[in-house]
Design a protein around this ligand. Structure first.
Ligand SMILES: *Cc1c(COP(=O)(O)O)cnc(C)c1O
Ligand SMILES: [Zn+2]
Length: 462
């Protein structure tokens, strides 16, 4: 049977370029090595020409995306590159470095929703990805562009990033796949063992620095500013371009319906900016007709955006981030704060925070209903619970929680929870193994005792 394949309008010339977020005049091509506006020093963003995108109708785009999604016509089966015209049209297919990222499942959190009084709660499992976090979505774009620039003769001997663990894992994997040297700067003893091993395994030059993430960020900015090593942090807006496909993919998975509320954890605030950018571009191109509400969730121990939100975003002051179980968002001076505030203002946005106890309990409650949450997803879940309790969400609202990493990267956090070793956390859902002698009656008694408490735990709370 012949399959009718739609293609984008062949006459369209897709164009995207860097522009200053403050609107300083002057554009820069995406294959220029530039991270900040040369006039005011602020962040750049990628802007797309809408005219060529509009030469193909919204319905045709949807059909094109659906035909490409999760198929093998390389590289368009990737959740990112299937939307190439809206992401990074400049990179040539032969330079694309892809692990077929994206295409992560949406988990209908039926049980958790029932407990919390929500009928339509979904978790976007961005951690079900090549390196176990959403960072793959942005890194595929950035490393592909580096490969292209090197093929054009640009002298870029290596790529580098500061990281709270997941960016370095993604950079190391994609650089290894491309055959490009990677350098990662990690705050010593502040990332999980699993996250530390990833860049080691991929052969990245791994520096454990005696500081926090913000300290690593300062050093990598200086190194990449003075040398021709390419900066892979999310202040490089190529990353944001890939990550913004989360919004496209969400809508696609809901047959192009826009959810009512999206809750997303935020640290450096690149991802919440990307989420918003994706929706704005889809709206401009006519793919969606409205915008969702966005709630950004921060750990109370690293909450500069939350504090700014309480002041109506009138001022923003960096903080010194205190240790948090949500180690990937232990950031006090987020690079993308201006972009994030701009997005939240356009999306009827709010910021909520979660204490260590709240994030650990929410992650565990989610696990008890079949998820396997990282602590950052725990922050988002705890924030959602608070918003629901305040009555700001209707029972029938479609709510999506962005899960940012795979729980298996945070085994230590989970095992400490279940052995009740987390300081200041009651560990309400702790489920340590029952140690029983090898004796039938003793095993039977222990088993049926446990079954009774288990049934009480499962009793649905509405
Ligand atoms: C990077 C990361 C975040 C935060 O994303 P930002 O863009 O820095 O706000 C949240 N969770 C996980 C697991 C991450 O790796
Ligand atoms: Zn500027």
């Amino acid at each position: 049977m012949a399959v009718h394949m739609k293609h984008p309008n062949p006459n369209a010339r897709y164009r995207a370029r860097f522009r200053c977020i403050n609107g300083c005049p002057g554009d820069h091509p995406l294959n220029e090595v530039i991270y900040a506006c040369p006039k005011c020093g602020d962040l750049l963003e990628v802007v797309h020409d809408l005219e060529p995108l509009r030469m193909t109708s919204p319905d045709e785009w949807k059909e094109i995306f659906d035909n490409r999604f999760m198929r093998t016509a390389w590289p368009y089966g990737s959740g990112v590159w299937g939307k190439k015209e809206f992401v990074c049209p400049d990179v040539r297919d032969e330079n694309i470095v892809s692990t077929c990222e994206g295409g992560s499942n949406l988990f209908w959190a039926e049980q958790l929703g029932f407990r919390w009084g929500l009928e339509d709660l979904w978790v976007k499992q961005c951690g079900n990805s090549h390196t176990g976090s959403f960072k793959d979505l942005g890194m595929t774009v950035l490393v592909s562009m580096v490969k292209q620039m090197r093929s054009e003769g640009k002298d870029i001997p290596a790529v580098a990033c500061a990281s709270t663990g997941d960016t370095s894992a993604a950079l190391a994997a994609y650089s290894a796949a491309a055959g490009i040297p990677a350098i990662v700067f990690l705050p010593k003893n502040k990332v999980s063992r699993a996250q530390l091993v990833q860049p080691l395994a991929h052969g990245a030059i791994t520096l454990a620095i005696d500081t926090d993430f913000d300290g690593c960020m300062r050093i990598v900015r200086e190194i990449t500013g003075r040398h021709n090593i390419y900066l892979a942090n999310s202040m490089n807006s190529l990353r944001v371009e890939g990550q913004k496909t989360i919004s496209f993919e969400l809508c696609q998975q809901f047959d192009w319906q826009v959810p009512d509320l999206i809750v997303i954890p935020g640290g450096n605030l690149g991802n919440v900016s990307a989420l918003g950018q994706g929706f704005l571009l889809m709206k401009d191109a006519g793919l969606v007709g409205r915008l969702p509400r966005i709630v950004c969730a921060q750990a109370e121990n690293a909450n500069p955006l939350y504090l700014s939100y309480l002041r109506g975003f009138e001022t923003f002051d960096p903080v010194t981030a205190r240790p948090t179980l949500a180690s990937a968002i232990q950031i006090g001076n987020p690079v993308s704060v201006k972009k994030a505030i701009r997005v939240l203002k356009q999306f009827d946005g709010a910021v909520e925070q979660a204490s260590e106890e709240e994030l650990a309990e929410a992650a565990a409650e989610g696990d008890l209903t079949g998820l396997y949450n990282c602590p950052h997803t725990g922050v988002a879940l705890a924030a959602l619970k608070k918003v629901v309790r305040r009555g700001e969400v209707k029972r029938s609202d479609r709510v999506v929680v962005i899960s940012t990493a795979h729980g298996l990267k945070f085994t230590d956090f989970k095992s400490r929870y279940h052995f009740s070793e987390l300081e200041g956390v009651e560990c309400h859902f702790a489920n340590p193994p029952l140690e029983v002698p090898a004796n039938y009656e003793k095993v039977r008694d222990a088993l049926f005792r446990a079954l009774e408490t288990r049934n009480a735990q499962f009793a649905r709370q509405i």
